[in-house]
Design a protein around this ligand. Structure first.
Ligand code: NAP
Length: 276
């Protein structure tokens, strides 16, 4: 697929930034779009969408904050329709594994008539370094409402590689890649690995969901974000995703990256150091 301008929705995010860097390295024209770009693109304001899609050939779509939130399916329906009207040749949707609402969003994209590729991902490695968990990890103790459930964490680098392949090469049209990393791990095991690699004594503490919600309320986290985190940790992380897939291999012809490689490279940046 020889797209001229590729739109990246959420271009500053964990996956969008990596997709944009790869496309630019290939000499592609890239347009990043989010609330802080010009023109601004805000998922909560559909009137802002048309300007971002104007003159674009293809798009990488990472919805905010999560396809599980009320209104997400409608937003993907409207965006897909607009993309077809604007003549976009291809859409790559980032979806979430084990989320019923994400499956509904995938269905509306498929029904829209747009050419598509879906990347249905498990939890990212980068949640440990580029998301809300980073502050806890820096203090040396991560507290979450998850026990010994195992998750096949996946590298956002692999997701970006798949998105770029789908946006630039033939052969990924109409495909849904369900992607996981190569290992099932508990949060405790993940934190232990980070602790070993950083040489810091890191702890993992599992708490009941209501205690976790109270903790977030006390930290003045907005209510809808508390709802989302509680949903993800209690509903999606209930064991339903305790299996590996070969989605990365299907898309790229190589195995997924291992958590240990991510931990070694990320620890070397110093991002998990105690800031005190
Ligand atoms: N994290 C995971 O483990 C995981 C796993 C599977 C699927 N997913 C899916 O991944 C998607 C998120 O992708 P990501 O992690 O790459 O992104 P991210 O890191 O959460 O993205 C942050 C980006 O989104 C933009 N943004 C925030 N609110 C926005 C809004 N209302 N309208 C437009 N842009 C907005 C921000 O820029 P501005 O501040 O400039 O707006 C920023 O560029 C979600 O749909 C989630 O369901 C995540």
């Amino acid at each position: 697929m020889s797209s001229e301008t590729i739109l990246i929705l959420g271009g500053g995010g964990k996956t969008g930034r990596r997709v944009a860097e790869r496309l630019m390295a290939k000499g592609k024209q890239v347009r990043l779009a989010s609330r802080s770009t010009t023109p601004a693109f805000d998922w909560t304001d559909p009137s802002s969408w048309a300007a971002a899609l104007e003159g674009v050939d293809a798009a990488y779509v990472s919805y905010q904050p999560d396809l599980a939130v009320p209104g997400a399916v409608d937003a993907i329906r409207q965006l897909s329709k607009l993309a077809v009207e604007k003549g976009l040749k291809h859409l790559v949707l980032l979806s979430g594994r084990g989320e019923d609402e994400a499956l509904a969003a995938e269905d509306v994209l498929k029904a829209s008539g747009a050419s598509y590729t879906i990347i249905r991902a498990s939890w990212f490695f980068q949640n440990f370094s580029e998301s809300f968990m980073i502050d806890d990890i820096r203090t040396g103790e991560l507290v979450l409402p998850v026990g010994e459930v195992r998750e096949p964490f996946v590298d956002a680098e692999d997701i970006a590689d798949i998105a770029v392949a789908a946006l630039t090469r033939l052969g990924h049209v109409g495909r849904t890649y369900e992607v996981t990393g190569p290992r099932l791990m508990t949060f405790r095991q993940a934190i232990n690995e980070i602790g070993q690699q950083t040489g810091r004594g890191m702890r993992y503490k599992a708490v009941p969901a209501d205690a976790y919600a109270t903790m977030l309320e006390e930290a003045k986290v907005p209510g809808d974000y508390i709802w989302l985190l509680t949903y993800l940790f209690t509903t999606v992380l209930d064991g339903r995703n305790e299996s590996l897939t070969d989605g990365v291999f299907q898309a790229l012809g190589r195995p997924p990256r291992d958590f240990s490689d991510y931990v070694r490279e990320t620890a070397a940046t110093g991002i998990w150091e105690d800031l005190k």
